[in-house]
Design a protein around this ligand. Structure first.
Ligand code: ZN
Length: 284
């Protein structure tokens, strides 16, 4: 159920002594529980859940039938296969309790980071940029930080916007791991993924021998998407895809060796895609 959150201004009576909890199994379900004393007498509870990606707040109502003063245990399981969440999104949730006399009590909002906990992430940070990675050996965190700091001035000389603060970059141990994580969130995978509204970039860094070259291509590409999103604001949805992707590709420090032959082939066989077709969709 999706609804506009109810507005409850009434102070929450101390007798309710609510205690909330949330736990999740990544990609499967998120369980919200609330223990509350039935004083004043309650008739229902509504759980609200929102994330930066939800257009509307998710809500679920639970009826309450209990004696006055009883301890009530409320529980709702959010099916993450039906309501997919993006990895590392910030989940905000709260409960609204409805008393028998119709008074609404809105409990304080709480936040939870929906981290992909299938991996043990190492972490390094500098200048508001956080890098998380998994692989042993090469210090991928420092490599990625260096690439961010080296490519940023070049991108910002064209796209005048600031990075989100913090910016979090997650380097998945393999492309298939990243693809699986994004599938769980109901999304398709390209070569990397930026969630500009979250300030989160997800990239694969599978092969230690090619990781440096890969990151010098992929990080500036995703940074460009982030900065264009922040510069364009609400106009981002109307930005031609060829322009956004074109800029991002242009900033890749190491050009993709496959692009030029592909362009030559298309030219030779007269299969160039017209610009107007590239405004809304983009070939994979
Ligand atoms: Zn792109």
């Amino acid at each position: 159920m999706w609804a506009t959150p109810a507005l409850a201004q009434t102070a929450v009576p101390a007798t309710l002594s609510p205690e909330g909890e949330v736990a999740y199994a990544f990609g499967q379900q998120m369980t919200f529980s609330l223990q509350v004393r039935n004083e004043p007498l309650l008739q229902s509870a509504v759980l609200f859940v929102s994330t930066p990606q939800f257009e509307n707040t998710y809500s679920h109502q639970l009826p309450i039938e209990a004696g006055k003063g009883d301890l009530i245990n409320l529980r709702h399981e959010l099916d993450l296969t039906a309501v997919p969440l993006q990895p590392f999104t910030l989940v905000t949730y709260w409960w609204v309790l409805e008393a028998a006399d119709g008074t609404l009590y809105e409990l304080p909002h709480a936040n939870l980071e929906y981290a992909d906990d299938q991996f043990v992430w190492k972490e390094t940070a500098q200048a508001g940029v956080e890098i998380y990675w998994v692989a042993d050996g090469l210090d991928l965190g420092q490599v990625a930080l260096d690439v961010v700091l080296e490519s940023l001035p070049r991108i910002q000389s064209v796209v005048q916007a600031d990075l989100p603060n913090p910016l979090s970059i997650y380097l998945y141990p393999s492309a298939s791991d990243l693809r699986a994580a994004l599938r769980l969130s109901g999304q398709d995978w390209v070569a990397g993924h930026a969630s500009p509204e979250l300030g989160v970039v997800l990239l694969p860094a599978e092969n230690p021998r090619t990781a440096v070259v890969d990151l010098r291509r992929r990080i500036p590409h995703e940074l460009s998407h982030l900065l264009v999103y922040r510069a364009a604001g609400t106009g981002y949805a109307n930005m031609p895809r060829w322009f956004d992707e074109g800029l991002a590709t242009l900033f890749e420090s190491v050009p993709n060796p496959n692009y030029e032959p592909a362009l030559q082939d298309a030219l030779a066989s007269d299969q160039i895609i017209p610009f107007e077709e590239l405004c809304v969709s983009f070939p994979r």
